[in-house]
Design a protein around this ligand. Structure first.
Ligand code: BTN
Length: 245
C-alpha cells in the first residue's frame, strides 16, 4: 500500500480525488494526501475541519473482493490500524469510540469515512478517508469544536512529523489487512475490543425509532454493537453515532 502517492496542496476533498483516480484506473494502495481541504467530508453528512499543514488528510484506495455488507468490518479495521500507529508515534492515551472515532480524554482527534462502490453484491472498491488532527493548536479550531475536538500535539505537548505517522499507519494497515483477508474479521475484532473505550460503558444512541440507552456489551462479527438496555433487552446497533453517558 502507498506505492503510488499523490500529494496535493489544497483540494476540496481527498475522497473526491481518490474516486476520480480510481475511475481512471488507479490500483489498490493508491494514496491521496492533501495539505488542506476546503470541503472535507465527515460521516453522516458532516463537515471535517482540515486546515493547511496541520493534519493528515488522506484517502486510501482498496479493492477487497468481499461482500458489500463487510464494509463495517473494514471501517473497524481502519480504526485499529490508526489507533496502533498513533500509539507507536506519540505518547497519548488514545482509544476507539464505536465505530471508528479516535478519542483522547473524551475528545475526538481522528475520524474515518469509508466510501464504496459495489458490483454483484461484492465491493468493487473502497476509499478509506482518514483525518488526523496532528499539529493543530487550540486557536486553529473554531469555537464550537474546542470542547469536542483535540490534536495529537495539544495532548502530547510535542509537534509530530506527519510523514512518520503516515508511514506507520500504512505499515499497520497493511499488516491487519493481510490478516483480515486471510483469517477474516475475528482477530481484528479482538484487537478492536482491546482498544475500545465504548464497551462495558453506559451509552446512548439516537435511531429513527427513538433513543436507546443501555450498556455497550460487545461487538458482533458484522461489526454491530450489542447494547443491553435497562430492562435486559439486547439491541443491535448497526450504524450511526453513540454518546458515552
Ligand atoms: C468522521 O469522523 O466524520 C470522518 C472524518 C473523515 C475525514 C477525512 S480527511 C481525509 C478524507 N477526505 C475527506 O473529505 N474526508 C476524509
Amino acid at each position: 500500500l502507498g506505492q503510488k502517492v499523490h500529494i496535493y496542496g489544497e483540494v476540496d476533498s481527498t475522497q473526491t480525488i481518490a474516486h476520480s483516480l480510481v475511475a481512471s484506473g488507479a490500483p489498490e494502495g493508491t494514496l491521496v494526501l492533501a495539505e488542506a481541504q476546503t470541503a472535507g467530508r465527515g460521516r453522516m453528512g458532516r463537515a471535517w475541519h482540515s486546515p493547511a499543514g496541520k493534519g493528515i488528510w488522506m484517502s486510501l484506495v482498496l479493492t477487497p473482493r468481499v461482500p458489500v455488507y463487510f464494509m463495517p468490518q473494514l471501517t473497524l479495521l481502519s480504526a485499529v490500524a490508526l489507533c496502533r500507529s498513533i500509539q507507536k508515534v506519540c505518547r497519548v492515551d488514545i482509544g476507539i469510540k464505536w465505530p471508528n472515532d479516535l478519542l483522547i480524554k473524551g475528545k475526538k482527534v481522528s475520524g474515518i469515512l469509508l466510501e464504496s462502490s459495489g458490483e454483484d453484491e461484492r465491493l468493487k472498491y473502497v476509499i478509506a478517508g482518514i483525518g488526523i488532527s496532528v499539529n493543530l493548536k487550540v486557536d486553529d479550531y473554531p469555537e464550537e469544536l474546542r470542547k469536542v475536538a483535540t490534536s495529537l500535539a495539544i495532548e502530547s505537548g510535542t509537534e509530530i512529523k506527519r510523514e512518520t505517522l503516515v508511514q506507520e499507519f500504512l505499515l499497520e494497515f497493511e499488516e491487519l489487512y493481510a490478516l483480515y483477508l486471510e483469517e477474516g474479521f475475528s482477530p481484528i475484532r479482538l484487537l478492536w475490543e482491546a482498544l475500545s473505550v465504548t464497551l462495558k460503558r453506559p451509552i446512548r444512541t439516537y435511531t429513527p425509532n427513538g433513543v436507546i440507552e443501555g450498556f455497550a456489551d460487545s461487538l458482533d462479527d458484522s461489526g454491530a454493537l450489542t447494547v443491553i438496555t435497562e430492562n435486559g433487552e439486547k439491541i443491535k446497533v448497526y450504524s450511526g453515532d453513540i454518546e458515552l453517558r
